[in-house]
Design a protein around this ligand. Structure first.
Ligand code: PLP
Length: 418
């Protein structure tokens, strides 16, 4: 008897299927705008200069061995990563209320965040999976729903993006926050919302935080792009820090895939802010002890290499400065591509815009992605006629654009729309 006889075929991952199509395509002007990884102006993967330097330092350090790391992760990394997101002067850090654990990049942090809430979030104790609802922005990163459904939670949507304006639907979002049951759990993208590139302004974040406070909602921050959005690490952490100041219960998932270009090294962290330090009820030490159990069950000990690289960069002043420069290089190349694409669509092709504000959204959106406003048929035309690989929701990775292909992409958008 075949013990796997009833295993159904799973649908292929849309993004990876797109990349496979791109690789098989022999057209010389083909472009891959699907994948969420930074590329340089020649379309090549980019190893940050500061990462190269860190690798050299590690390679020449004979004292490094291959022993297991502590369960919580490399201490120098763990300490520095929480300061990076909350700020060294954060009240939560000063009061020893932050619990941080090294994770398998942002995905692992999200996974632990879901699992931890499922086990210990007080308002959910004794509740069924169906009652443990985590609200996700509509739309969100394609993997969120699947991660949370697999950690004992039930994923549901909250309104976020308005296709009519190609912008934030703040009214519907705030209304939803107000009407949700008290102490609901909401996932928020800390910056550079994936896939829309639409972030709230600071004033809008303040309004959002105000309702979180009133309704005692829990903020599950996913921060996969700190520094990558605006080119400035502190600026991109503003929303998280504002929520901490407002004493809203929260956790933050961090990833160094994008901002340090360490995609394959799988280095990230989960930070839970407790209401107080110590080991009494609700204290940080209790939370830490349970996170260690979770880590032990899942991976025993986290991997060393990425943690050593990031730990080094964050704890050496000169290297930290160099990293900030490298981040600016990436963020500003993307911002520059936004300007060039906008200019071509508006002035060269005079392409009719899909939204009410012309092509402004191409410039206003932030981070790796732009939601172009192209409909599924137009996206299909981009792939089939232009050999430009993009998902059917109209999202393009700005990192896939460069000075050699932006003209062709603009020309194809123009043709797809007319
Ligand atoms: N969260 C969001 C919103 C993302 O866009 C990504 C990557 O695309 C991740 C988390 C996790 O990425 P990684 O596990 O590679 O750090």
């Amino acid at each position: 008897h075949d013990v796997w006889h009833s295993t159904p075929f799973a649908p292929p991952d849309a993004i990876f299927a797109l990349t496979a199509g791109y690789q098989q395509d022999s057209f010389d002007k083909k472009v891959n705008l699907g994948v969420g990884a930074y590329r340089d102006n020649d379309g090549k993967p980019f190893v940050l200069p500061v990462v190269r330097k860190a690798k050299q330092i590690l390679a020449s350090d004979d004292s490094l061995d291959h022993e297991y790391l502590p369960i919580a992760g490399l201490p120098s990394f763990v300490k520095a990563t929480s300061k990076l997101i909350f700020g060294a002067d954060s009240p939560a850090i000063k009061e020893n209320r932050v619990v941080t654990i090294q994770t398998i990049s942002g995905t692992g942090a999200n996974h632990y965040g879901g699992a931890f809430l499922s086990r210990f979030y007080e308002p959910w104790l004794g509740k069924s999976k169906e009652e443990k609802i985590i609200y996700l922005s509509n739309p969100t990163w394609a993997n969120h729903k699947s991660i949370f459904n697999s950690t004992g939670l039930t994923a549901a949507d909250y309104p976020y993006y308005d296709p009519k304006t190609i912008g934030l639907d703040l009214v519907a979002f705030l209304d939803f926050l107000r009407k949700a049951p008290k102490q609901s759990v909401f996932l928020l993208h800390a910056c550079a919302h994936n896939p829309t590139g639409v972030d709230p302004t600071r004033d809008q974040w303040k309004e959002i935080a105000q309702i979180f406070k009133e309704k005692e909602h829990f903020a599950f921050f996913d921060c996969a792009y700190q520094g990558f959005a605006s080119g400035d690490l502190d600026n991109d952490a503003w929303a998280v820090r504002h929520f901490v100041e407002e004493a809203i219960p929260l956790l933050v998932c961090q990833s160094f895939a994008k901002n340090a270009g360490l995609y394959g090294e799988r280095i990230g962290a989960l930070n839970i802010v407790a209401s107080h330090a110590g080991d009494s009820e609700g204290g940080a030490d209790r939370i830490r002890s349970q996170l260690l159990i979770l880590q032990r069950q899942e991976i025993s000990n986290p991997p060393t290499f990425g943690a050593r690289i990031v730990g080094l960069i964050l704890s050496d002043e000169a290297m930290f400065e160099q990293w900030k420069g490298d981040i600016k290089t990436m963020a500003h190349r993307i911002i520059d591509m936004r300007k060039q694409l906008h200019e071509l669509l508006v002035n060269k092709y005079k392409t009719p815009a899909p939204g009410p504000n012309g092509w402004e959204h191409v410039i206003n959106q932030i981070g790796m992605f732009t939601f172009t406003g192209l409909n599924p048929d137009q996206c299909k035309a981009m792939v089939e006629r232009g050999h430009i690989y993009m998902t059917s929701n109209g999202r393009i990775s700005m990192a896939g654009l460069n000075e050699h292909n932006v003209e062709w992409v603009a020309e194809c958008i123009d043709k797809a729309i007319r």
